[in-house]
Design a protein around this ligand. Structure first.
Ligand SMILES: *[C@@H]1O[C@H](CO)[C@@H](O)[C@H](O)[C@H]1NC(C)=O
Ligand SMILES: *[C@@H]1O[C@H](CO)[C@@H](O)[C@H](O)[C@H]1NC(C)=O
Ligand SMILES: *[C@@H]1O[C@H](CO)[C@@H](O)[C@H](O)[C@H]1NC(C)=O
Ligand SMILES: *[C@@H]1O[C@H](CO)[C@@H](O)[C@H](O)[C@H]1NC(C)=O
Ligand SMILES: *[C@@H]1O[C@H](CO)[C@@H](O)[C@H](O)[C@H]1NC(C)=O
Ligand SMILES: *[C@@H]1O[C@H](CO)[C@@H](O)[C@H](O)[C@H]1NC(C)=O
Length: 790
């Protein structure tokens, strides 16, 4: 027994630190490995799918280097990794042992190899390293690894490299779809020998002799909470995105958590859906999905929509036409813009392309700029979202087939359900007509049909007990959901008038897969939450799939319309702004600290701050986040995507626990917007091409408070003491670390001048580059910012 165990163990791993030439690993024996001295890293074959293997360096089940890269190094079970006596490391496959990849180190005097505790695999002459995996990376950068201009990370067509101007994610080595916009926006960089490094604590920085201090590219947001045996690494994933991962041995083999993502909107990664593929988010707004533009196209691989599409009939020599795609754009990047940018209206844009034989597709931004992009490259990458104003066109052979409705899977289910419904309805209709006819005849003798309608007195609405409405009633009271007041993360809001003439706002909730009972419980909580600065819930409807909430109507609409599109509205004066800031803070404080259960809002933004006839701030949508279970990962990401990007605290993206401090962060962003009249994520020449918040902090540091304030405010009107307080409080609230942010109670005291306010540190310790690939996009910014402000 002991002997057997011993034989097994010695077969399983080579215990010695050094691997001698002549050693071989076989894919058919994945138990075999070359390990680092303390066993945290190992080099062995891993099986990725049924017949796909890679020879990889692994940490806690995660490959961090692959011989030959991905997919180049993919082999089958016949493969072997050989460390030859001449010093060459070879990956061979097949019965003939054909060469898949090699280190090319024969004849360099290599005498041994070892996998170090840092994860670096080294081929050495004695103790002198000749070839290392750190110097020949595939898709990952580890702490201690020095990534320089000579290095490239790759997966498929995607690559990551350092340029003299900074970092770049590229598609097919040509299209740059992400640069670090945060590095130095005042002047274009001309670095001499840039290098990147990852520190064990998860700070990923750019070094260069020209930079006095390293510039932080990205940081793992775990607030320095270093857990033992946690490895942080930067990886270029095969979906074209770059992420920082954290893998803790204690969380189990293969576990890893994303703590930073370069391109926050996956559909903005060029070519994510392949050639002619169109990217859009699924019905829960969580996962990017790929599809073909229309029936004029076939998927290249029906099992993998990311492979892209091909035309059913090639356009050479056929009668061509332009297929139109609503709310869609084709991703456009700077190098190709100048020659393909036209000014043409939405009707001329497709005609221009049709008339030009080299043009494949076009996009009309339709945002008032008259911008029309012509796409001449064979590879186009689409993005469709209901928030885009743009319309795109693809050249196809006649006839252009209709493109599938917005969410094809959902509508299929719908039409299926419709068919059944029609059959059932048909059967029941006869019966219903009989019964109704009978009833009508009977009721005719009664005095008034009106009395059949539910009737509530004003006191019913005011009592705080939520009124239950039927769907039909609400349909009638909103005139068939005719007048849309707005659209938020949870659904659309319509204006309605109750039978007692009271004006209401009716919110049609979407994507709340809730049981009836739980929904009623939440409604009860929401409607029992009363505060001067909260919008009151009057009633609800829960019928079949329908979930609606009825709120009191706020005459002056939402704060965003005053702050950002003030042309047709009065400019809010200073006194109003200050009182709105304070009122909002009091409302949130009530939710956090004074309610029976702490209610996290999770979606504080100007769109959710309504103004009554006296311009008092009234917060709406509170209590709704609770309808989605926050601990459930899927729902978290739902909020992350639905929640408006500029207002979401970094904890959301980092998958860290959400506390009331997440609301404080969002409130801080709103506060800055109230005084500046600018979106916090706005980037413009006026802000030195930096995010407004970063720019505002710099101006604040310089003592230029006036520069931060809204230019539309009348100077003599502004109380500068209050303004200073508001700005300082906002910078405290938007601190990256939750523990640095004050509580809402403290915020109220600071705003009122009761508590002292110390000078806030910079919100983000150092500039990082995770802005949504903004510097790369030009006119698409309009589409993107409308996406961001959803
Ligand atoms: C390898 O190391 C030995 C001894 O240090 C040295 O003599 C030899 O030149 C080295 N070979 C190469 C190719 O560098
Ligand atoms: C292995 O060694 C590395 C480097 O010395 C160290 O960071 C790591 O914590 C060690 N891992 C284990 C499991 O001891
Ligand atoms: C990385 O390598 C470059 C070039 O070899 C070197 O100049 C630089 O100092 C190294 N950086 C670090 C942090 O080791
Ligand atoms: C990538 O670029 C090469 C050369 O620039 C080109 O030949 C090739 O077709 C491109 N690949 C795709 C998928 O467009
Ligand atoms: C940013 O660019 C400006 C102008 O080129 C330069 O003066 C400054 O030193 C740069 N800052 C950093 C951190 O590289
Ligand atoms: C960057 O500097 C090098 C020399 O230091 C120079 O040759 C090159 O033209 C510069 N590039 C830009 C874009 O300024």
């Amino acid at each position: 027994m002991f002997l057997l165990l011993f034989i097994l163990l010695s077969a399983v791993s080579v215990v010695a630190d050094d691997i001698s030439p002549g050693s071989t690993l076989y894919a058919s024996n994945p138990e075999q490995s070359w390990n680092s001295p303390n066993n945290s890293f190992s080099l062995s074959f891993i099986q990725e799918s049924e017949n796909t293997y890679f020879a990889a360096i692994i940490y806690n089940g995660n490959p961090i280097w692959k011989a030959g890269g991905d997919p180049g190094g993919a082999v089958d079970s016949s493969a072997a990794l050989r460390f030859l006596p001449d010093g060459n490391l070879q990956l061979v496959a097949g019965s003939t042992g054909s060469l898949v990849w090699q280190s090319g180190t024969s004849g360099l005097g290599i005498t041994s190899a070892s996998l170090e505790d840092s994860g670096n695999f080294v081929l050495k002459n004695g103790s002198f390293p000749i070839w290392t995996t750190f110097d020949n990376p595939t898709d990952t950068i580890l702490p201690g690894q020095n990534f320089t201009v000579d290095h490239v990370l790759r997966c498929g067509l995607y690559s990551f490299r350092l340029l003299r101007s900074g970092v770049a994610l590229q598609w097919n080595d040509s299209i740059v779809y992400y640069t670090s916009s945060g590095i130095n926006t005042t002047g274009s960089l001309n670095l001499t020998s840039p290098s990147l490094g990852m520190q064990p604590v998860g700070i990923f920085s750019l070094y260069d002799p020209l930079l006095l201090t390293p510039v932080i590219m990205a940081r793992d947001i775990d607030y320095g909470e270093v857990i033992d045996n946690t490895l942080r690494f930067v990886k270029l994933d095969c979906d074209g995105n770059m992420r920082i991962y954290s893998s803790a041995m204690s969380s189990g083999r293969g576990s890893k958590v994303v703590t930073w993502t370069a391109v926050s909107d996956q559909c903005q990664v060029f070519g994510y859906c392949g050639r002619f593929g169109v990217c859009r988010y699924d019905e829960f707004n969580v996962n990017p999905t790929c599809s073909c533009p229309s029936e004029n196209f076939d998927p290249i691989d029906p099992r993998d929509a990311r492979k892209g599409c091909k035309r059913k009939v090639e356009i050479q020599g056929c009668q061509t036409t332009m297929l139109s795609l609503n709310n869609a754009l084709f991703l456009t990047f700077q190098p190709e813009i100048s020659s393909d940018l036209f000014t043409a209206n939405i009707r001329a844009c497709p005609s221009l392309c049709l008339a030009d034989t080299s043009c494949v597709a076009s996009t009309s931004l339709a945002d008032g700029t008259g911008v029309c992009y012509m796409k001449r490259s064979a590879f186009i990458s689409g993005y469709q979202s209901p928030t885009f104003t743009s319309t795109s066109y693809v050249k196809v052979c006649e006839p252009a087939m209709p493109n599938p409705p917005f969410s094809s899977s959902r509508s299929d289910k719908k039409s299926e359900a419709l068919k059944i419904a029609v059959v059932v309805l048909g059967c029941s209709l006869a019966l219903v007509i009989l019964v109704v006819g009978f009833l009508w005849l009977y009721r005719r003798s009664k005095p008034k049909y009106e009395s059949l309608l539910p009737h509530y007195s004003v006191s019913d609405y005011a009592s705080g007990v939520p009124v239950q409405f039927s769907y039909k009633e609400l349909q009638r009271e909103t005139k068939g959901f005719k007048e849309k007041l707005g659209e938020g993360g949870f659904g659309c809001v319509y204006k309605g008038t109750l039978s007692n003439k009271m004006a209401v706002a009716v919110k049609q909730l979407e994507g709340i897969g809730q049981g009836e009972k739980q929904f009623r419980m939440e409604v009860a909580t929401i409607s029992s939450t009363h505060h001067l600065n909260l919008v009151r819930l009057i009633g609800f409807c829960s019928e079949g799939r329908h979930r609606l909430l009825v709120y009191e109507f706020m005459k002056n609409g939402s704060l965003d319309s005053f702050l950002f599109t003030s042309k047709d509205k009065n400019v809010l004066n200073w006194a109003h702004r200050y009182s709105i800031a304070l009122g909002t803070a009091r409302g949130i404080m009530y939710l956090h600290e004074e309610c029976r259960d702490c209610i996290l809002h999770c979606d504080i933004k100007p769109e959710n701050i309504l103004l009554d006839e006296n311009y008092n701030a009234r917060i709406s949508d509170f209590g709704l986040a609770k309808l989605l279970n926050l601990n459930d990962h899927k729902h978290r990401s739902l909020i992350t995507v639905r929640g408006t990007r500029g207002y979401l605290a970094p904890e959301w993206a980092a998958n860290l626990p959400i506390t009331s401090k997440a609301d404080v962060y969002s409130y801080g962003m709103v506060l800055l917007e109230i005084v500046s009249g600018k979106r916090n994520f706005e980037v413009s020449p006026a802000t030195n091409h930096k995010k407004f918040t970063l720019w505002a902090y710099e101006e604040f540091e310089k003592g230029n408070i006036e520069g931060v304030l809204d230019k539309q405010l009348i100077e003599s009107d502004i109380d500068m003491v209050q303004a200073m307080r508001v700005i300082k409080v906002s910078f405290w609230c938007i601190q990256e670390r939750p523990s640095f942010r004050p509580t809402m109670g403290k915020v109220v005291q600071m705003l009122e001048g009761i508590a002292d306010i110390h000078k806030p540190p910079p919100p983000v310790a150092l500039v990082e580059g995770s802005a949504p690939a903004s510097s790369v996009y030009s006119s698409q910014m309009s589409a993107i910012s409308s996406l961001a402000s959803e």
